[in-house]
Design a protein around this ligand. Structure first.
Ligand code: CAA
Length: 701
């Protein structure tokens, strides 16, 4: 049990401060401390009012998530009971909020009779992002304070909002500027002395307009597809409109308890901690010196180069983009402008913001102009020859301590680094397309990449608002290497009896934003084709190879950009339409290869694709290409839209059971040979009855 509640006597006010670094989580000791100190303050005739505050960085980030799923120590009060006691207090209780009041932290504040916040504070109920709902009265008190519609918006989105916005909505009474108006605790003390009759948020009736609930459901349909918690939160708020407060609390608690140990909540908790763990690199300590990145060079202004340039400009970092020909440079810069103009039209950014971002972008045809860049990101054609040539030139032009980064998605970063005299300053920064939107960066550490370079680029990812995952060198790194294994099974399923729309449908229903064939059409089929042609001479002839994708390219169908690929597309539309021509091709290929087509159900599709994906993940883990199973999960959640409520592929594997995954792959291995060979780590863990979590716990990165 960690944490405590410290008491400051400021007669006639008593200040109770939560002290449980780093985020003042409401762990068992804190709950007990609050309950006991409240009782003491109430019993003390010298105390007129009470202020609840937080020590350190923030007021309180809510329940201690680490305690979920564990039985609390005996005699520890539950949070709802602590909050009830606060609300019932006959002496005024005021919350003094600074930093963050989130989840149970805000619910605690809602139980107080008033809330005073510093202007930089952010408040909200992010529980849905953890697969649960506010479980300490939030869904019942907040609607009574600010109305059903505004409360739904906050609870269902899980967003933290600035204190000023919360004041406008009506659940913060006073906002102070810490420098100007003084200290938030002092302000709360002063506020407490003005309260004559405590105002209790659980009192009052609510008007109901049924249409509000339907409208919210409709508005979240796309984003919340597959998630239980947002819908459960709507039910809880509905209860606030239908039931007396005590019954409403009980209904909220029942929904909360029904979710807290569900697979979805466990998965989302895992993602919460995995997102934070990913930034930690064991042999690169937190205090490793990093380089200042003030100016950035980008080589290549195509789709990737342009997207990467925008990522930097959006983060306030000046960028210079190099192209070899004027026409290509103009085209690239024009398309960047087009993206910004469309953002202005959609109201996402202001015209001034667009001008500021464009002002940070400069194009050049002169490589020498990259000489003062602190980091240069290469985004040219995916060919070792071309990249080696670019890196040799960059090595000559760039200042000696500049970092040289490659956006390669498949090539050997060590070979690229060895083309320079500064391999310690060379690293892969694999952005995902569209680079200004996708949040994932695979930061690829080469054999000689220095800790300083790793630390700088990991920090830079954060500055760009992205999630940087450190990976090792191999073909396709983590994401694409696993994608190959997954996609291969999808291709084989076509030959055996499925059609593209069926495979895509099954994986969409599993929770992915789109299936592999719709995704291939979106990305374009030509690059993969070029790679396969290059690999053809060395491809092992005894291994199964599906020719369907090549045949589609031979028909000049390269995906959405040509209006046809695995599907056909109406002009100007991105909606895939199943195409009889492709269905015929698939059936013809089955016949040519001697497959007797059979009915394949969605479960087989999902299992084949997912288990192959997991199996490759296990190989990646064992080879040390990824540091932790959670890192692989983060790559798939941020890079490929793997459903967060399933926790990523490796967490999903644990929920399925590794024995089941292993047995499936062992059987597939007998049919397909090497492609489906079970990863030794998967076999080992399965036979020992262990999970990837057990592996992570016993091999801390
Ligand atoms: N419980 C346990 N640990 C927590 C935590 C929590 N509620 N919130 C954060 N932490 C941990 C993080 O894991 C991290 O640990 P490490 O340093 O070991 O990695 C550390 O605290 C710092 O967290 P961040 O790196 O996220 O710090 P930040 O300053 O960037 O962000 C924050 C601060 C906005 C509060 C962010 O931590 C956050 O969003 N926390 C979760 C808030 C939340 O979801 N609260 C609801 C909890 S559920 C609940 O309260 C249910 C209920 O109804 C009772």
């Amino acid at each position: 049990m960690t944490g405590s509640v410290t008491v400051t006597r400021r007669s006639p006010i008593r200040v109770l401060s939560i002290d449980n670094p780093p985020v003042n989580g409401l762990g068992a000791a804190v709950r007990r401390g609050l309950a006991e100190e409240l009782e003491r303050a109430l019993a003390d005739a010298d105390v007129d009012a009470i202020v609840i505050a937080g020590r350190g960085k923030m007021f309180c980030a809510g329940a201690d998530i680490r305690e979920f799923g564990q039985d609390p120590p005996p005699d520890t009060p539950h949070l709802p009971d602590v909050i009830d006691a606060i609300e019932a207090s006959t002496k005024p209780v005021v919350a003094a909020i600074h930093g963050v009041a989130a989840g149970g932290g805000l619910e605690l504040a809602l139980g107080c009779h008033a809330r005073v916040a510093s202007s930089d504070a952010r408040v909200g109920l992010p529980e849905v992002t953890l697969g649960i709902i506010p479980g300490a009265g939030g869904t019942q008190r907040l609607p009574r304070l600010i109305g059903v519609e505004a409360a739904l918006e906050l609870i269902v989105s899980g967003k933290l909002i600035p204190a000023a916005e919360a004041k406008k909505l009506g659940f913060i009474e006073e906002v102070i500027h810490e420098d100007g108006d003084g200290d938030v605790v002092e302000a709360a003390i002063a506020h407490a002395q003005t309260i004559t009759t405590p105002r209790r948020s659980s009192e009052g009736e609510l008007d109901t307009d049924e249409a509000v609930f339907d409208a919210v459901k409709k508005s979240i349909a796309k984003k919340a597809r597959g998630f239980d918690a947002p819908y459960a939160a709507i039910d809880a708020v509905r209860a606030a409109t239908e039931l007396p407060i005590r019954e409403g609390f009980a209904r909220e608690r029942a929904i909360f308890l029904g979710l807290v140990n569900s697979d979805q909540a466990r998965a989302q908790r895992h993602v919460f901690f995995a997102e934070r763990a990913v930034a930690k690199v064991p042999d690169v300590p937190k205090d490793t010196a990093t380089k200042d990145i003030r100016r950035v060079g980008i080589v290549g202004c195509g789709t990737m180069g342009g997207g990467i340039a925008m990522s930097f400009a959006d983060a306030g970092i000046p960028v210079i983009v190099l192209e070899t020909e004027e026409a290509a440079l103009d085209r690239g810069l024009q398309s960047i402008r087009g993206v910004y103009e469309s953002s202005v039209k959609k109201g996402r950014i202001s015209k001034e913001e667009m001008d500021a971002r464009l002002g940070r972008l400069q194009g050049t045809l002169e490589a020498s102009e990259l000489n003062d860049a602190d980091i240069v990101v290469e985004a040219v054609f995916e060919s070792m020859e071309v990249k080696v040539d670019v890196f040799r030139r960059l090595d000559e032009i760039c200042k000696p301590d500049a970092i040289l980064a490659t956006n390669t998605s498949t090539l050997d970063v060590n070979e690229i680094a060895d083309a320079t005299k500064r391999p310690e300053n060379v690293i892969g920064t694999h952005f995902f397309s569209p680079a200004h939107i996708m949040k994932l960066m695979e930061n690829v550490r080469g054999k000689k990449t220095s800790p300083e370079t790793v630390a700088t680029v990991m920090k830079l990812s954060k500055r760009l608002g992205k999630v940087g995952v450190l990976v090792g060198v191999c073909d396709g790194f983590v994401g694409n290497r696993m994608l190959y294994a997954y996609r291969r099974q999808a291709d084989f399923l076509l030959e055996e009896g499925a059609l593209p729309q069926q495979v895509d449908g099954a994986l969409y229903d599993f929770g992915l934003p789109m299936g592999p064939f719709a995704m291939a059409d979106l990305a374009g089929l030509d690059i993969g084709w070029a790679i396969r042609k290059r690999q053809a001479p060395t491809r092992p002839k005894d291994l199964r190879y599906s020719p369907i994708a090549d045949r589609i390219c031979e028909m000049d169908r390269f995906g959405q950009k040509t209006g046809a690929g695995w599907y056909r597309y109406e002009p100007g539309s991105r909606t895939p339409i199943p195409d009889p021509e492709i269905e015929k091709l698939v059936i013809d290929v089955s016949a040519e290869l001697g497959f007797e087509r059979r009915t394949i159900d969605d479960t087989e599709i999902v299992n084949r694709c997912m288990y192959a994906l997991i199996n490759e993940g296990a190989k990646i883990l064992e080879e040390g290409i990824a540091l932790r199973p959670g890192d692989i999960d983060i790559v798939w959640i941020y890079g490929y839209g793997f459903p967060r409520y399933r926790g990523g592929p490796m967490f999903y594997a644990d929920t399925v059971g590794l024995d089941k995954v292993y047995e499936f792959m062992a059987k597939l291995y007998q049919e397909q040979g090497e492609w489906a060979k079970p990863a030794p780590l998967l076999e080992k863990l399965a036979k020992e009855g262990k999970s990837f979590k057990d592996y992570a716990d016993s091999n801390p990165a």
